[in-house]
Ligand binder design. Structure first.
Ligand SMILES: [Fe+2]
Ligand SMILES: [Fe+2]
Length: 215
């Protein structure tokens, strides 16, 4: 049914043609992220076709490289904020005062451990993507007031959720669903942290009107 050829002369580019039901197809596999497919209008496959597909492939590859650099930059920002969140939670847990905050302080200690766990995941992911994990720490919010500390922590969670949803979008845009899943696991924990803090602060959200159900 088909003739199959792989061009080994072009580094990191794998090219092959398939003739299927009279239609000539070109496949180009450049990196683990990029698969390109073209219809060929000139049979049989010729050097011009190969040149066109390779040129197009390289231009797409360059765009992917830029996207990857942006993702690694974003993940390093996330990492710096995770370090800060871990430190901030540890300090706030020790500074909360009053019997009513005993359980909250224990919860914040757990959050602190979670944030450092997220930092480990981000370190691995950044290295996997070819980047160098940062050791910088984002600014830590400080207060001596119980409510203010919890509000600072909650704002940090909202910011983290927003950043991670953007990161998932960026990763999936280049087909890296496996890496996106790691971020998705992290952001689920951030959502749980946010819920804990909203409850501790007594925040009631009524953003959606009551649903009218009919049976
Ligand atoms: Fe986190
Ligand atoms: Fe968190």
């Amino acid at each position: 049914m088909a003739k199959n050829r792989q061009d080994d002369c072009i580094p990191a580019v794998h090219f092959f043609c398939i003739e299927l039901v009279g239609i000539h197809l070109h496949y180009l596999w450049i990196t683990q992220f990029q698969l390109d497919l073209d219809l060929c209008h000139t049979r049989p496959c010729c050097i011009q076709c190969i040149k066109f597909v390779v040129w197009r492939g390289w231009s797409v590859n360059l765009a992917n490289q830029q996207a990857l650099e942006q993702i690694v930059h974003g993940l390093n920002l996330d990492l710096a904020w995770e370090y800060a969140a871990g430190i901030q939670y540890a300090q706030h847990a020790s500074l909360l005062r009053g019997a009513a905050y005993f359980a909250v302080a224990e919860e914040l200690q757990e959050h602190s451990k979670d944030e450092f766990g997220h930092a480990i995941v981000l370190n691995e992911l950044i290295q996997y993507l070819g980047g160098i994990p940062t050791t910088r720490v984002a600014p830590v919010a400080v207060s001596m007031d119980n409510n203010e500390m919890l509000r600072q922590d909650l704002q940090g969670e909202y910011d983290a959720i927003r950043r991670y949803l953007q990161r998932i979008h960026q990763l999936e845009a280049v087909g890296m669903y496996d890496s996106a899943q790691k971020i998705r696991d992290i952001v689920v924990t951030e959502q749980e942290h946010a819920i804990d803090l909203e409850l501790a602060l007594g925040i009631e959200k009524n953003l959606v009107p009551p649903t009218q159900l009919t049976f």
